[in-house]
Write a protein that binds this ligand. Structure first.
Ligand code: SF4
Length: 115
């Protein structure tokens, strides 16, 4: 069984209910089409903002530790983490978090419900 988390943008979370991501997950649609019924969405978390240094931020370290402790195998980055829709360039803070996740052996996949 795979354990999944979704990482999204803190700024966007001020105005987003997350229903696009969750609808895609529940229907095993779009970026989630390869998952089995038994796979579980365990976590839905956000970055700690544009001023945060993910590598040293205490709160982010706690989140990463918790994800690892909970056996998360794959983290999907939300479509809201793309800054430039034309080029597909992701927010640099999100890229740093992705790097930290990968260093902990957690697979990362870009995208949720736009794919
Ligand atoms: S760091 Fe990036 S993902 Fe996080 S709130 Fe700022 S723009 Fe959004």
């Amino acid at each position: 069984m795979k354990k999944i988390a979704i990482l999204r943008c803190m700024n966007v979370s001020n105005r987003c209910t997350g229903s696009g991501c969750l609808k895609a997950w529940n229907g095993r649609d779009r970026a989630f089409s390869g998952y089995a019924e038994e796979d579980q969405l365990i976590s839905f978390f956000h970055c700690n903002g544009c001023d945060c240094d993910p590598a040293t931020d205490e709160g982010m370290q706690k989140k990463l530790n918790r994800l690892q402790k909970n056996g998360i195998t794959v983290v999907h980055t939300g479509d809201c983490t793309v800054r430039d829709k034309e080029s597909g360039l992701r927010c640099p803070k999100i890229n740093e978090i992705v790097q930290l996740l990968q260093e902990r052996g957690i697979e990362t996949v870009h995208g949720t419900h736009h794919k």
